[in-house]
Design a protein around this ligand. Structure first.
Ligand code: ADP
Ligand code: MG
Length: 240
């Protein structure tokens, strides 16, 4: 059974068609990399998958998964980078649904936050101020936050934007580890395509409409993949 099936999806913003007739489905444990030029509809797809943007036609079917059970790591903005809170507080904002309406955080919820900080190798940062962390550390914290909402599906929009090559590789390795070891299905948007694509099991190349959807090895050998990836070699140290 597919974790998520997208069928004939169309998304229009005020008369502007951002996604046209998109269909694909993912199996449990897949790692999908969504690639495409700027403005090709990648973030729109992510927001539609999360229910933040409404489609005009087509459907998205999740297997036994509510949108609250999806871990989401949004594209970061400068303001969010200076967020005045402790690391623990930032991670706990990913647990609001679990905590119900209580005015304090339950012990079990704090334990979950700690467990996920540990998973991303950032437990030692728990009491630090989020705004004082490096970009790579901040992304790890946001990943821990996203993990608090899911053990099944993680959606990441440009998680390595603005990171240096070392932090980029570390974050990719971490995402791959979560996918392989925790069996979390991953959907990741990246314009850093060479490295991202080589870690993923499947590729969706978007240009409003799907240019390619299939396995990574088929993509690398396809005319679309060759053209998009160019002849450059992957400079990342990550597993491929
Ligand atoms: P990508 O993430 O691939 O760069 P987006 O999904 O953000 O692309 O955007 C796809 C297209 O839709 C772009 O042309 C963008 O300008 C347009 N767009 C995105 N969000 C909105 C919006 N809220 N209202 C109107 N147009 C939008
Ligand atoms: Mg985008």
């Amino acid at each position: 059974m597919a974790v998520v099936s997208v069928k004939n999806l169309c998304v229009v913003y005020d008369g502007f068609e951002a996604i046209q007739d998109l269909s694909f489905s993912l199996e449990d444990g897949d790692y999908l990399c969504v690639v495409g030029e700027n403005g090709s509809g990648k973030s729109t797809l992510i927001k539609t998958l999360l229910g933040l943007v409404k489609q005009n036609s087509g459907e998205i079917i999740y297997d036994n998964l509510k949108s609250a059970q999806i871990g989401y790591m949004p594209q970061q903005t400068a303001i969010q980078r200076d967020f005045p809170a402790s690391v623990m507080e930032v991670v706990l904002t990913g647990c609001l649904k679990l905590n119900g309406r209580l005015p304090f955080f339950k012990k079990s919820v704090k334990e979950l936050a700690k467990k996920n900080l540990e998973k991303v190798g950032a437990l030692a940062l728990a009491d630090k101020c989020y705004g004082e962390l490096s970009g790579g550390q901040q992304q790890r914290v946001l990943l821990a936050r996203a993990l608090c909402s899911t053990e099944k599906l993680l959606i990441l929009d440009e998680p390595v934007a603005n990171l240096d090559p070392k932090a980029t590789n570390e974050l990719y390795d971490l995402i791959l580890k979560l996918n392989k070891e925790q069996k979390i299905t991953v959907i990741m948007v990246s314009h850093d395509i060479r490295c991202a694509v080589l870690q993923a099991s499947k590729v969706l190349h978007l240009d409003k409409t799907p240019v390619f959807f299939g396995t990574t090895s088929d993509y690398i050998n396809s005319p679309e993949g060759r053209k998009f990836l160019g002849h450059e070699h992957c400079l990342c140290g990550g597993e491929s």
